[in-house]
Ligand binder design. Structure first.
Ligand SMILES: Nc1ncnc2c1ncn2[C@@H]1O[C@H](COP(=O)(O)OP(=O)(O)O)[C@@H](O)[C@H]1O
Ligand SMILES: [Mg+2]
Length: 229
């Protein structure tokens, strides 16, 4: 579904990522691990059309989308939950969901079934939600566009462990019940490995390790120094 080959990307003149090659199949889950500042968000931004690509290609279902505009990529089924969540603070929960909706399997009823708290809060405004509820809304909003691939940039950042557990269960369910492929960028490496099929570890803009998530979990002691500060 997604083929990235020898990707070089960054901002303006600055090159952040170099020689990134990876593949993702339909319904597959990829974890992107690595310390702060190694280029995880830049990889997602390059995929979504918000970074400068100076070399290599990104192919989506066989078509080169490396130079496609961000809205074209979204229309092709690449969804994204940005690190800063990006919900509309002045709209209600329900309107946040409705404005994002595109035809497909996942609709408002699915969003409320997946996140019952959002149903309880459906008339609340975006800025009257807890951090966890905002993250649920950001994820549900992205799902309302019915993407084939959902990229999540540090969805657990700054959230209490009990909320993280709730979100993990939701991510597991949306993979199982709807077959969305995911790219999960996370500092919580063990959680991310448990939610994915395979993983890459970035360091200073390059892939320094890649393997099946199970294998990396089993060998977590050698992974730890590569991902912790
Ligand atoms: N808009 C930007 N312009 C220039 N450099 C940036 C920009 N955003 C991030 N960077 C730089 O790119 C590098 C990788 O950042 P980022 O991809 O955000 O890392 P991560 O998500 O792994 O923490 C860092 O050195 C950061 O300073
Ligand atoms: Mg980041």
């Amino acid at each position: 579904m997604l083929e990235i080959d020898s990707l070089t990307a960054g901002y303006g003149e600055a090159i952040v990522l170099e020689g990134i090659t990876l593949r993702l199949d339909e319904a597959e889950g990829l974890a992107v691990l690595g310390r702060n500042g190694v280029g995880k968000t830049t990889l997602i931004l390059a995929l979504m059309g918000h970074a400068v690509i100076s070399g290599g290609t990104i192919r989506w279902r066989g078509a080169d989308i490396s130079r496609s505009a961000a809205n074209e990529r979204a229309a092709l089924g690449i969804g994204w939950v940005p690190q800063e969540r990006d919900i509309f603070p002045s709209l209600t929960v329900e309107d946040n969901l409705r404005v994002a909706a595109r035809p497909g399997r996942f609709g408002l009823a699915d969003a409320y079934a997946m996140f019952p708290r959002l149903k309880e809060r459906r008339r609340n405004h975006g800025d009257h939600l807890s951090g966890g509820e905002q993250q649920m809304l950001a994820i549900a909003r992205a799902l309302m566009t019915n993407p084939s691939l959902l990229a999540l940039d540090e969805p657990f950042e700054g959230l209490a462990p009990v909320i993280v557990e709730e979100l993990e269960e939701s991510i597991r369910r949306l993979r199982r019940d709807y077959g969305f492929a995911i790219i999960l960028v996370e500092q919580h490496a063990e959680d991310a490995l448990r939610l994915s099929d395979k993983a890459i570890v970035l360091d200073r803009g390059k892939i320094i390790r890649q393997d099946q998530s199970q294998a990396l979990l089993a060998d977590f002691d050698t992974l730890r120094p590569l991902i912790s500060v």
